[in-house]
Design a protein around this ligand. Structure first.
Ligand code: ZN
Length: 401
């Protein structure tokens, strides 16, 4: 049996005035998604517990069959996994953003998309500044997205689950004073953040970033810390091999933690201009080697963050035509199969941000009988009696009826 899961990131949404009172999934011409719904089972799954922030790290973990309330430790260890960084049992990973804070207000959580080469230079000087301490290791990533590692030399880390940090993208244009790290080990994080102020102010190239669209990095912002999540591999847990296609580090990291093959697709950008058809072709190729292929498309989330309803509709149509259609045709031709379409969370065009609440899913294939739904969208799914906690969807998809 072959399995394919297609994730249109953040696809679920509300009804839009600009789309004639329809949701983007309703407005989009999606014959292939609708065929999945018509020949299979439609319902809703809730991937983001109310007590957790809505995002792909939480939503995706749930969608892959692992309860985030039990396994999610933070975003940073998942990103560390994406970069191939191994963490020891007492090590922690911490997200390290370069940010611009002026008059105590978060002006830019990306330091105006700081170029990677400058970020790398700053990371190196931060590391040099730590030369007296072998515990802290700054690790360069891409642009503003970097990591700080706490490397234990046998001693227990000062952090715990009660160490609270705030994602800097949640506090744009707000005073940062109320959002600094709190709880166990917070003093050390704050001290590192404070120290970075002087260090970054002393970098000439950074200070010259005053042109149009530029901002200097005024300090680091530490957040999203955690240890490596104690998840069994997907094969141990579900007895199936897997592979994932994505342009997003977070999803790549989760895949690596689950023991999936990471398939790199040329032209996959994580943005609206991604090569949809290439993703479809690579998915089909990959299905020859593994039981389950996961295809993640970030573009629907990006269109929502930008508040572009018509772009979101267009992205959904491309996913339908270039990914779901070809994969479904291949699966039908090769024998027993199941196909699942489900986003990781909702992203509302109205708020331009991730939302809580259940998202629609549709699955079809061997052993699944049609339940009467005609289309794949939020409204059709809300008519279904099926409403699952996210982590129950994967066993349903892989299991018997
Ligand atoms: Zn997402």
């Amino acid at each position: 049996m072959k399995y394919a899961l297609i994730i249109p990131d953040g696809a679920a949404d509300e009804q839009q005035e600009s789309l004639g009172g329809r949701t983007p999934l309703q407005a989009a011409r999606t014959p292939h998604m609708d065929a999945v719904a018509r020949t299979g089972v439609v319902g809703r799954a809730d991937h983001v517990p109310e007590s957790m922030p809505s995002g792909s790290d939480v939503g995706m973990m749930n969608l892959f069959g692992y309860d985030p309330l039990r396994y999610h430790t933070g975003r940073a260890p998942i990103e560390a996994a994406a970069q191939g960084i191994e963490l020891g049992p007492r090590d922690w990973a911490i997200r390290c953003n370069f940010v611009n804070i002026a008059d105590g207000v978060m002006r830019s959580f990306t330091a105006a998309q700081i170029p990677s080469d400058l970020a790398r230079e700053l990371i190196q000087s931060l590391q040099k500044d730590q030369c007296g301490s072998p515990t802290w290791k700054f690790h360069p990533g891409v642009s503003y997205r970097n990591l700080l590692l706490y490397r234990s030399r046998g001693e227990a880390a000062p952090f715990s689950r009660d160490t609270l940090t705030t994602p800097p993208h949640d506090i744009t244009d707000q005073a940062v004073a109320g959002f600094l790290p709190r709880g166990p080990g917070a003093d050390e994080l704050r001290a590192l953040m404070d120290r970075s102020v002087t260090l970054l102010a002393g970098n000439e190239r950074n200070q010259r970033r005053t042109g149009p669209g530029e901002l200097p990095a005024t300090q680091i912002w530490l957040w999203g810390l955690g240890k490596t999540p104690a998840m069994d591999s997907f094969e141990q847990r579900f007895g199936k091999t897997g592979a994932v296609i994505t342009a997003v580090d977070l999803v790549r990291g989760l895949g690596r933690l689950l023991g999936w093959k990471i398939v790199e697709v040329p032209g996959a950008t994580g943005y609206l201009d991604t090569d949809y058809a290439a993703k479809g072709r690579y998915a089909i190729q990959t299905l020859r080697d593994v039981d389950l292929v996961v295809v993640h498309v970030e573009a629907s989330d990006e269109a929502s963050h930008e508040g572009h309803a018509h772009q979101k509709v267009e992205v959904l149509e491309r996913i339908d035509a270039d990914i779901i259609g070809p994969i479904h045709r291949f699966l039908e031709a090769q024998g027993d199969y199941r196909l699942l379409v489900c986003p990781d969370h909702a992203t509302f065009l109205r708020t331009k941000t991730h939302s809580h609440g259940p998202v629609p899913f549709a699955m079809c294939g061997t052993g699944l009988t049609a339940d009467g739904a005609q289309t794949y969208d939020e409204i059709a799914a809300a008519r279904s009696s099926i409403l699952l906690p996210g982590y129950e969807l994967m066993p349903l998809f892989l299991g018997g009826q």
